[in-house]
Each structure stands twice: as C-alpha cells, then as structure tokens.
Write a protein that binds this ligand. Sequence first.
Ligand code: FAD
Ligand code: SF4
Ligand code: SF4
Length: 418
Amino acid sequence: MGDEERKILVVGGGMSGMSVAVEAAEAGTATVIVEKNPYLGGRVALLNQYFPKLCPPFCGLEINFRRIKQNPKIQFHTLAEVESITGEPGNYQVTVKINPRYVNDNCTACGKCAEACQTEIPNPVNYGMDKIKAAYLPHVMAFPFKYVLAPEIIGTDEAKKCAEACAYGAVDLDMQPTTVTYNVGAVVWATGWDPYDATKVDYLGLGQVPNVITSVMFERLAAASGPTGGKIVRPSDGKEVNSVAFVQCAGSRDENHLPYCSGVCCLASLKQATYIREQAPESKAYIYYIDVRAMGKYEDFYTKVDADENVTLVKSKIARISPDPESGGVLVEGEDVGKGDRVKQVVDLAVLAVGMVPGTAGVKPPLEMEYDDFGFVTSSGASGIIPAGCVKAPMEVAASIQDSTAAALKAIQSTLGR
Ligand SMILES: Cc1cc2nc3c(=O)[nH]c(=O)nc-3n(C[C@H](O)[C@H](O)[C@H](O)COP(=O)(O)OP(=O)(O)OC[C@H]3O[C@@H](n4cnc5c(N)ncnc54)[C@H](O)[C@@H]3O)c2cc1C
Ligand code: SF4
Ligand code: SF4
C-alpha cells in the first residue's frame, strides 16, 4: 500500500488518542488526530494533580505534545469532528469537518484580542464556575498555544475590535468550516468519557444547594488555572474552605443511575482530600464511601491518605445534603454502616464523586460498533475500527495508555491487512 493508504485516523485527542497516535507514528505509521476541542489533552488537561504521585498532569502531557510536534508523521486537527466513514478494513474513507478557530498560526498568544473584547462566555473548561472573554486561550497550558474566537461574536463589532487589536494579522474573520477526506487503513475511536450528570441524584443537592459541587469541578477549583487561581473557597460566598465531605458513588452502583463502578473516583477523592489538607493545615476531610476501590499498586496511596488523622473515612450511605443556614455550609446526613449510627456532619463544601459515562453513550458515531448497555464500546477492533481508553471502560491514565498502546498495534496490523 502507498503511505497515504496506510495512515491511521484517531478520533479523540485525549491521553488515549494521543498515545495511539505517537506510538503508531514512532513505529512508522502516519497518523491523523481529530479532536473536537480547540486543544489536545482531553480531561487530563483539566486535572490539578495526578494520583498516585500527585504531580501536575502537564508532566505527562508535555512529553506527548513534544512527541507530536517533533514527528512529521503526526497530523492533528482541533475543533474537528468525523462526519462519515465508508469502506472496509484496511481501506476507509473518512470525512472530517474542521470548524473555524478564527485565529491562524500567526497567533503569539499575546492576549491583545481578549483585552479588546468585552463579551464574556461561560468558561468551557470550568464547568460553569466562571466566565471568560469571547476571545480566549482555552487554558494556560493549551496545545496548540493559540487563541480562539467564540462563534457567538462572529459578525459583530466585537469580532472586528479583536481583529483590529491583533498586530500579527492572526485574527481571520473570514475562516469557514472546511471538509477533508482521508483514505486510511484503520480508525481508532478514543472519545473518552463525560462526568455523570449528578443533578439527577436529587437528594444530593447538586444545582439546588449552594456549596455542593462535583469532583470534576473540585479539580478545577484546586487548579492554579481554575476559577479562583487555585484557592479552594465556598462558591456561595468565597469563604476559605476548612472542611469538605467527599460523597462517593454519587449516582454510581445504583440501578436508577449508573449501575457500574467507575473504578477511579475513590482514588480521585483520596487525592482531592490531599488538596484541602495541603491548603489549610487545620482542615478536615470526610470521605463517605460504600467500598474503597484502591486496588494493586494504588493501595499504598490509600493507606497514606488514610493515615492522616484529619482525613476520616466513613463506610456509609448518604441520604441527604441540605443547606446549613448557621454556618453557610451544608449538612450531610446518612447512615454510618460501620458503627450502625447516623451520619450528621456540617461542612463548608460537599464534593460529589461522579462516575464516568462513555462519550459514546449519547449520539453514536457514524460507524458500526458494538456497545454494552451503558454505551461503552465492546467491539474487539478486528474490523479495523478500534476502540481505545475510557470509551471502552472507566480507566485511570496508566491503564488508558496501556490500552492505547495495544490499540496502536492492532491499528498498524489492520493497515497491513492482518
Ligand atoms: C474526578 C476525576 C479525577 C481523575 N483523576 C485522575 C488522576 O489523578 N490520575 C489518573 O490516572 N486518572 C485520573 N482520572 C481518570 C482520567 O481522567 C482518565 O483516565 C483519562 O481522561 C482517560 O483519557 P481518554 O483519552 O480515554 O479520555 P478523555 O480524557 O475524555 O479524552 C477524550 C478526548 O476525545 C475528545 N472527543 C470526544 N468526543 C469526540 C468526537 N466526537 N470527535 C472528536 N473528539 C472527541 C474529547 O474532547 C477529549 O479530548 C480522573 C477521573 C475523574 C473522574
Ligand atoms: S489572535 Fe492576535 S491578538 Fe489575539 S492572542 Fe493571538 S496574536 Fe495576540
Ligand atoms: S470507584 Fe469508588 S466512588 Fe467510584 S463508583 Fe467505584 S466505589 Fe463508587
């Protein structure tokens, strides 16, 4: 086959998709990443720290960004989605729609367009906790490191002001959506996960009770690039947080919501307990769990966090979270299963550990794949359409990378007609 036909197209530029692309390209097969966000890195780019080492996620991401930048065999499109796929194993035609960024490669990320722009939009990376100018850098470590103009201001005077403010000719208001068709040997589907919508678990108060947030929001609240510059404060009044209740299985392992265990949210809450303990030395963290899932190499991490006397793990079922008018915080109530007693704890902030829903749970991709009852992809990849990472099952980063390396090998074999 010619080089053009042997390409692999990877849908989703998170940790899994990037891993597939770099592994396959470094083994000699050209790859194209198609990512719907204006940046690569997926949900990992929005974490504050990684468990178990508690290092910033950019250590791992930076390495992959560098491997992508340096390898001419890797191409990527942001703000892009697959429109159609036809063909057969070893020979697929994939049509990709690329939406306009309205900013070209001349962008130096100087920020002058944002200064000139008055319109604000909900910040796409901060789960509605703050607003951002409609000319924006997606986040401080964004790759590519280029601004974006929100479609909302295109055709308005605001957009013209942004263009006038740019000394580099980087704002291009005439950009239009474009379509590209690739002839590839294999397609890897790595569109990851979304947090479960915990407003559906009404007794936990999300969206009704101030100072109840989700675990993904808490990651942003603790991050230096987040809505408060990394200061963990109560959303209702900006007061410093001194006590947090982490409520596990918020909708998970529940027939009415997500019957399965997401595997990583116990570890995520243990990690997040260290965020608050680190920030406020007298602070208290309470983790209300059904079971603690911290298997194999992660058990040491659990033991370490559990050894902190200001972190209390309570085997329990939380039945209600309501406002506590006296403290301005929340009252967490339920059953302490271990002691056979009641849980009644007032805290500044409640964090719901939400489960992971596959990106394929809602709208299905334009290709033949098999799914389980919850939308996770179960296809083996034998057909040349290969799933990778959290779109197959909830996984932490290490497992996602391992799974993606296997997917890269399958994809290479598929391009060779094996
Ligand atoms: C609260 C929380 C904390 C966590 N903390 C840790 C941690 O500390 N350490 C750890 O190891 N793991 C952690 N995880 C797990 C980690 O987030 C996942 O392992 C990781 O995100 C998996 O990467 P992925 O590429 O499979 O999915 P994602 O990160 O979801 O990436 C998927 C990518 O595909 C893109 N995409 C989606 N649909 C389309 C489409 N139709 N077309 C094009 N692109 C598309 C998305 O925009 C995204 O960029 C945590 C999870 C949670 C819930
Ligand atoms: S688009 Fe122009 S003004 Fe805006 S950040 Fe880029 S270079 Fe600066
Ligand atoms: S990992 Fe923990 S919090 Fe998440 S669903 Fe499983 S038991 Fe519940």
